[in-house]
Design a protein around this ligand. Structure first.
Ligand code: FPP
Length: 242
């Protein structure tokens, strides 16, 4: 069994519904959701997580009304400004994953700035998935490999999972151990397709703006009781886990 929780990834779903329930615009739900990231970060540190990846904007989210997209981008820039002192004080590194260069210029600049400032921080890594799609990431990796093949740097017969994964956006980050989705849906929605291959999945109906420390601890506790086998034969005699 390998129940060490190093990397958790969260699909932060339910902001819109949280706002609707209160008669507020959807953007208020996103604001509250962005505030909840602080609690998630603190809880991640409390349970000794090394990597926390948050799905903040998917490649599909561009299809939302332009006001909502703009509000999310503004919130991102505000979030990065506001969080930098916390990240520095707590020695946390920030990384972005996704097709970052296609985001608005102010967001790209702020992301690159925050990545540079926090590059030497070593006690944990917060990863924001932005303009991210799991299939897009795999396609982008395949493109890089095809170019290398055309250049003669890689031969098709040398390609294996290890060499392929080196072309992903963040090859240095270990695979996801626990994937949490809030908001009641039970889907992966194109999130970290490759990295989630052996992740334990945890779904909760709690909406993201209501997801606090207790909910995160419950997910981590649930993970501890999973029998992770990575395709191997079970070594447990517990009939519930066979
Ligand atoms: C899904 O809720 C959430 C998003 C599309 C964006 C997630 C963004 C945040 C939590 C705030 C920004 C975060 C950072 C780090 C700046 P939804 O709108 O799909 O909710 P619904 O399913 O109830 O409509």
């Amino acid at each position: 069994m390998d129940n060490v929780l190093r990397h958790a990834a969260i699909i932060m779903d339910g902001n819109g519904r949280w706002a609707k329930q209160r008669g507020l615009p959807r953007t208020e739900g996103h604001k509250k959701g962005a505030e909840k990231v602080q609690i998630a970060l603190e809880t991640a540190r409390e349970i000794g997580l090394q990597y926390l990846t948050l799905y903040a904007f998917s490649t599909e989210n561009w299809n939302r009304p332009p006001e909502e997209v703009n509000a999310l981008m503004e919130l991102l820039v505000y979030f990065l400004d506001e969080k930098l002192p916390y990240l520095m004080k707590n020695n946390v590194r920030l990384l972005a994953t996704g097709r970052i260069d296609q985001l608005p210029e102010t967001a790209v600049k702020k992301l690159r700035f925050t990545e540079e400032k926090t590059a030497g921080n070593t006690s944990g890594t917060l990863i924001l998935a932005l303009n991210y799609g799991g299939r897009a990431e795999i396609v982008d990796a395949a493109k890089k490999l095809m170019r290398k093949t055309l250049d003669g740097a890689v031969k098709p017969e040398d390609l294996d999972e290890e060499t392929f994964s080196r072309e992903l956006y963040l090859p240095q980050v270990p695979p996801v151990d626990l994937m949490i989705r809030t908001g009641g849906e039970k889907r992966i929605s194109n999130f970290l397709i490759w990295e989630n291959a052996y992740a334990e999945l945890y779904f909760t109906s709690v909406l993201w703006p209501d997801f606090g420390r207790e909910e995160f601890l419950a997910a981590a506790e649930d993970f501890r009781h999973r029998g992770r086998r990575f395709g191997r034969v079970s070594e447990t005699t517990d009939p519930e886990k066979l």
